[in-house]
Write a protein of this length. Structure first.
Length: 427
């Protein structure tokens, strides 16, 4: 792999500047350049040739990068600084932080994490953000009060929710009185024994091993455990930020709905998921095309790879323009409700957020297919119909007949959507 190409992957979303393992130089069958693992026509990655050389975490991070359909060259980007340009000052500062972190992790690395745990974590049926969270949790990479105190960012390491003990990751996820209640009363009915918890990774592996013996429910229980950890952490962060108490009942509800929503999408998709396209970082986009009277011409929904609003909104604009082009439209007005995507599209050369630059480049070249293109940023509630399509698409619904037949729930939204306005066509 050439240095330039490596830089493109190193800057991948989610990899946070980590350098990937060397893929080797002698075997000619291994893809050597980034474009060899891109399937540009389909907008996806094919990692088959390199997957045995990189970790699952690296695979997931690569899969979550949008694939650029145009011919534009890759660029080096210094993701740490806002200017995206490398400077010696920032290079020095970030190296210093990295070295400090390295020293901290080495100090606590006398404890070795059992490698079997990583295998289990990456094989759980859960959203990739949840699996990455478990991985960070087991590596003590969460900003608990104990970790912040060790780094001198907090005066004391005590748990702010109970005030009873040091807020270690074990206390926060398992032993704090309210989290014990969540594990016990929640969908899992698990009693946490303090004596069994030495470190979070040891506890998690033991529980996963026990659960694996239950052949029938093993998979869904692992999913529930993963989401329970993730929801506990997020609820705790919310409570601390908003200076509120946590409601155990609400936390349990959140876990149940997150698990059932994920599993229903997973079960619908599992038969069509190919190896090159794992269900990672999935989002759904919705496209609504109307004429200048506000009448619906066409609608479409798609599942896309990209785990942020920014990426999915930019992809929705791109796919919407492609659809308008197929429909031979000449004048279009494109509405979106994500301000950051809007700014990036309006100012593609200097203002585009680097994470969506490849998509913005495709949008710019798609502009040439139309006589007039206008972009507008609208309020979210003026875009409810597209939201409806995105949600239906996430639930696995198709849209072949949407221009002829619209479900009554969509018709009601279309009537409320703040249109018609004097547009030629609205995406
Ligand atoms: Zn506590």
């Amino acid at each position: 792999m050439k240095e330039e190409d490596k830089a493109a992957i190193v800057n991948a979303l989610g990899l946070n500047g980590r350098v990937l393992g060397d893929l080797g130089k002698t075997d000619e069958d291994i893809p050597q350049l980034v474009h060899e693992i891109m399937v540009k026509d389909e907008g996806i990655w094919n990692l088959e040739g390199i997957e045995q050389w990189i970790s699952e975490e690296e695979q997931e991070a690569i899969l979550s990068i949008p694939v650029h359909e145009g011919e534009e060259q890759d660029k080096r980007i210094w993701a740490i600084d806002k200017s995206r340009v490398y400077s010696v000052k920032f290079g020095y500062a970030s190296l210093k932080v990295a070295m400090q972190n390295n020293m901290c992790s080495r100090a606590s690395s006398s404890h070795q994490i059992d490698k079997r745990l990583w295998k289990v974590i990456w094989s759980i049926k859960a959203a990739s953000k949840v699996k990455v969270f478990l991985w960070r949790m087991c590596r003590h990479a969460l900003a608990t009060n104990e970790e912040l105190w060790k780094r001198k960012c907090k005066d004391e390491p005590i748990c702010v929710l109970c005030g009873e003990d040091v807020e270690s990751v074990e206390h926060l996820i398992l032993l704090c009185p309210w989290t014990r209640q969540v594990w016990w009363q929640g969908c899992f009915g698990l009693k946490i024994c303090k004596e069994r918890v030495r470190t979070i990774d040891q506890w998690l592996l033991e529980v996963f091993m026990e659960v694996s013996k239950l052949s029938k429910e093993a998979e869904s229980l692992k999913t529930t455990i993963a989401y329970t950890c993730w929801v506990i952490w997020n609820s705790r962060c919310r409570a601390v930020m908003e200076h509120k108490e946590v409601s155990g009942d609400k936390v349990i509800q959140w876990i149940q709905s997150a698990v059932s929503e994920f599993l229903s999408v997973w079960n619908q998709n599992s038969h069509q998921v190919s190896k090159a396209l794992k269900p990672t970082s999935k989002a759904s986009i919705g496209i609504i095309i109307r004429d200048h009277f506000g009448k619906l011409i066409e609608g479409d929904g798609k599942k896309v790879i990209g785990d942020s609003v920014l990426i999915s909104e930019a992809l929705a604009v791109k796919e919407g323009m492609k659809l308008a082009n197929i429909l031979h439209m000449e004048q279009v007005e494109v509405e979106m409700d994500c301000e950051c995507s809007f700014r990036s599209i309006m100012n593609p050369t200097v203002g585009a957020d680097w994470k969506i630059r490849p998509i913005v480049a495709d949008i710019v070249s798609l502009k040439n297919c139309f006589n007039v293109v206008e972009f507008k940023c609208v309020k979210r509630d003026a875009n409810m119909a597209a939201d409806w399509v995105a949600i239906q698409s996430r639930l696995g619904m198709g849209f072949a007949e949407l221009s002829r037949y619209q479900p009554s729930s969509l018709v009601r939204i279309l009537e409320k959507d703040g249109l018609p306005t004097p547009h030629s066509s609205v995406l």
